[in-house]
Design a protein around this ligand. Sequence first.
Ligand code: G3P
Ligand code: CA
Length: 239
Amino acid sequence: MNVCMAHRGWSGKAPENSMTAIRLALAEPAIRGIEVDVQLSRDGVPVLIHDFTLGRTTNGTGLVKDHTLEQLRSLDAGSWYNPKFAGERIPTLEEALLAAKGRCTLNLELKATSEMYPGLAEKVLELLERHAMKDQVYITSFDHQLIRHVRSLDADVQTGLIVFGRPVMLLEQLQAAGANILAMEYTYLNQELVNTVIQEGFKVIAWTLDDPDAIRTVLSWHPDVQICTNHPDLMLEYL
Ligand code: G3P
Ligand code: CA
């Protein structure tokens, strides 16, 4: 079944990776997935924020990884988007997990460069274990070594390689990482590739589609392709 996945929460309507954006997506039953970006605070707590630096989406400065959870939670993560979201906080992953439990698949994108966040995979898996949610998430990353590491820690959780480009030996790469999902920037996808990858038993997520014509086209390629969008309202009528 085609899945509508809200990118960074319903980020067309509320600040990206905020609990408001997540709750807006959870309130729409046709949205079956929510993508969020996961990093670690200085004291090792998984939090939701896209950039490695704080400047674009909060009133803080510097690197996310250099701030404790308490420091991150003191920041305003909403005003940059619209003053009416003043006071929005950087959520912890745990808050998002508890909100989504039993309601929606969370696509947890682990944001990391190679050595930036030691223990990130372990901490995310520990939270999933604690809340019995391993079967309700995808764990994805541009860092394919990290996805292979996730698989070495857990045989069952669904994992995906995020790809921007059109690499050779794509199926072999998915297999080498032990991944179940290909999450590819949609302009590099085509119907043949989508069909091949799905036929081989993988899920396909196309990101990030915000154009109605492109959404229609990608949906027509395969009944099971999943679409990640900042504007779920653009595709709800097709589901
Ligand atoms: O999940 C794919 C997509 O979210 C990756 O790009 O920069 O929006 O995190 P970005
Ligand atoms: Ca992302």
